[in-house]
Design a binder for this molecule. Structure first.
Ligand code: UDP
Length: 457
């Protein structure tokens, strides 16, 4: 019998392509073949300048590319515009491909943010799985939308009727209506588009036979207890490292010197600073952060993506900053973040609290300083500071600025807090157990649904 073959579709953003590629690695280790769908734009971006940009098979993965419907120069950070374009252009390409190739595949795994594609797969007779790259608690909030409207907690546009603390169910962590993930997108037009998209996701997910999620049981126990049909399989990680770590999913090329630079530092000495793939700063805040890092007086590794300092955003370092911190600060365009967080030199993580960054730090026992920006990041921050208690939050001043003094003092507070450091280690231990042979995520990944051969066909 030939090996099982999964067709995998991520939402075309960095924080989605990475975990779905990691899931692909996990499945390859379990004997699967993979066909991975990227937008043409992202495929060229990942393999830009390499001989691979035209390649179809790389390291056992077949790459299929589909247009996202935007012009080459259009801004892919415009979530509303990208989503509208994707859902108009992609379905017909996907349908044609699935109709012609359905017999090839054992199952279709769609990012839950692409849940519309599940119906197409179901109609051609494929088994369907939805993968959630965000917290299970986030998914619980999305699944609660009809009830929140019915209970008049939010209106038909998703806007909270008032500021209040709600319980999605009695066991789950209380949720402040001001941090519902569709309410934090900075402009009401985008919020409306995304809220409607979440309603569509909610409906479309009913076409999934299984929902899996990049989390683990001990991390969000009340959610998994209430919603046992969401199966945690995380934390996922880059299990290709040992095979030479080919870049099959990063939009920027990583700085190759990070690890040798970290090797020169003692254990728990370096502050790692990174804000994921889509967060932007204004210049004043950027400079204040730089001065805060200088004030701390410790070594730091700071990811400053090339698009933060380009002409349109134009963040600039304070005058003389680079020279003053040259002996202890390293700024890079993109880091091998998982290897960095695993490195013993790392003391703490100044993070925007994107879910991947969150779970990667949890997995490595690294405590957080939270600097959330939008969407589900404030929701994740609550987990970090109030539920797991493995980090502290920066508090902006009355003008919304996080001052250099705040950066300096909070980092010192965190590093002195033995309870936070101990809880971070304890959470890491739970994470290790969940992916070990016999652990809950391990078992879920090897699950046969209803005794039929399914994910692990
Ligand atoms: N990442 C990385 N190098 C960097 C910054 C980020 O490899 O310098 C990776 C990080 O490990 C994570 C992803 O990019 O897997 C970012 O996802 P996350 O959900 O944290 O944030 P998003 O980019 O979606 O806001």
């Amino acid at each position: 019998m030939s090996s099982p073959h999964a067709l995998i579709l991520p939402y075309p953003a960095q924080g989605h392509v990475i975990p779905l590629m990691e899931l692909s690695y996990c499945l390859i280790e379990r004997g699967f073949r993979i066909t991975f769908i990227n937008t043409k734009f992202n495929h060229q971006r990942i393999f830009a300048g390499s001989m691979l940009d035209q390649a179809k098979f790389i390291d056992g993965i077949h790459f299929l590319t589909i247009p996202d419907g935007l012009e080459a120069e259009e801004d892919r950070h415009n979530f509303g515009r990208l989503t509208a374009s994707l859902t108009t252009v992609m379905p017909k390409f996907l349908e044609e491909f699935m109709r012609n190739n359905a017999v090839e595949f054992t199952c279709f795994i769609a990012d839950i943010f692409m849940a519309w594609a599940l119906k197409i797969a179901k109609n051609v007779g494929l088994r369907t799985i939805a993968f959630c790259p965000a917290a299970a608690g986030f998914l619980a909030a999305v699944f609660s939308i009809p009830k929140l409207i019915q209970d008049r907690v939010i209106d038909e546009n998703g806007t909270p009727m008032k500021k209040e603390v709600i319980h999605l169910n009695p066991e789950m962590t209380p949720l402040d209506t001001s941090i519902l993930p569709w309410c934090l997108l900075h402009d009401t037009y985008t919020e409306k588009i995304i809220f409607n998209y979440f309603i569509d996701i909610n409906r479309a997910t009913s076409d999934a036979e299984m929902i899996i999620c990049n989390s683990f049981e001990m991390l969000e126990k009340p959610v998994f207890k209430e919603m046992p049909y969401i199966l945690p399989i995380g934390p996922l990680h880059n299990s290709f490292e040992s095979r030479g770590d080919p870049n099959l999913c990063h939009f920027w090329s990583e700085d190759k010197q990070c690890i040798s630079w970290l090797n020169k530092h003692p254990a728990n000495s370096v502050i790692y600073v990174a804000f994921g793939s889509i967060t932007f700063f204004n210049n004043k805040q950027f400079q204040e952060l730089a001065l805060g890092l200088e004030l701390i007086g410790r070594p730091f590794l700071w990811v400053v993506r090339p698009d933060m300092t380009n002409k349109s955003i134009n963040c600039t370092y304070p005058s003389g900053f680079k020279e003053r911190v040259a002996d202890r600060g390293r700024m890079v365009g993109w880091s091998p973040q998982q290897k960095v967080l695993k490195h013993p030199a790392i003391a703490c993580f100044i993070s925007h609290c994107g879910w991947n960054s969150t779970i990667e730090a949890v997995r490595n026992g690294v405590p957080f300083l939270c600097w959330p920006y939008f969407a589900d990041q404030l929701f994740n921050q609550r987990y970090i500071t109030n539920v797991w208690k493995v980090g502290l939050s920066f508090i902006p001043d009355e003008n919304g600025l996080i001052s250099k003094e705040e950066v300096g003092s909070k980092v010192q507070d965190l590093l002195k807090d033995r309870d936070i450091l101990a809880r971070s280690q304890a959470l890491k231990n739970f994470s290790d157990i969940s992916v070990m042979n016999g652990g809950s995520s391990f078992k879920n990944l090897n699950k046969n649904k209803n005794e039929e051969k399914f994910l692990m066909a």
